[in-house]
Write a protein that binds this ligand. Sequence first.
Ligand SMILES: Nc1ncnc2c1ncn2[C@@H]1O[C@H](COP(=O)(O)OP(=O)(O)OP(=O)(O)O)[C@@H](O)[C@H]1O
Length: 240
Amino acid sequence: MSKVSARGLVKVYGQGDTLVRALDGVDVDLDGAHLTAVMGPSGSGKSTLMHCLAGLDRATAGTIVVDGTEIGRMSQRRLTALRRTRVGFVFQSYNLVPTLTAEENITLPLDIARATVDRAWFDEVVAAVGLENRLHHRPAELSGGQQQRVACARALVSRPSVVFADEPTGNLDSRSSAEVLGFLRRSVDELGQTVVMVTHDPRAASYAHRVLFLADGRIAGDLMDPTQQTVLDALGEMAS
Ligand SMILES: Nc1ncnc2c1ncn2[C@@H]1O[C@H](COP(=O)(O)OP(=O)(O)OP(=O)(O)O)[C@@H](O)[C@H]1O
């Protein structure tokens, strides 16, 4: 069974003259323990798709099943609980709390949900992102790449069903990007995590097992085991 499935997903914003069909009938099945990249031109619906799949936004029509549960039917309260404990997020802008240490930032979602921190898992995740010596630093004392690795650890520490990453390397130089992408891929290969990542960068997409291409709110392509070149070729074909 897929980790995340969507059928006939439609998302409409606005009405009348300002109506936009951000998603226009999307069917997807995302496998567990896979890193899936979502690409497509600006405005093609990537963020909307991710926000709907993550339960951050409600679809106008269609069904979404995460880990066997249809999220469209959930009450707002259950959806909030799902987002806190079953879904991890990584954003382009890190979204760390400046007054908290790296460790406090990592455990914050669990602390808010009043869930216990599994110390062995915490240590494994922290070691995997290479932050053992930075746990007592605050975000301002960390580089961008280190801050994003804190955000990745925060997303993983609750052992979520899925991690959604929205342009996680959008603010990073190529070396920090490679660190973060390498970690996201290892979290899948070695820790069995499921990760969905929106990106504009063919090099970032080449770290994925699979790339989905969106155009005008629809799935326009699907590439397995991508390389930077096959991603560029697919983007070229779609533009022509
Ligand atoms: N809250 C909103 N209200 C109205 N229109 C919206 C809203 N959010 C997105 N849209 C529109 O929906 C379409 C898809 O937007 P979305 O942000 O999902 O695209 P995207 O592929 O993520 O783009 P980008 O790469 O620029 O981030 C666009 O036409 C956008 O203007």
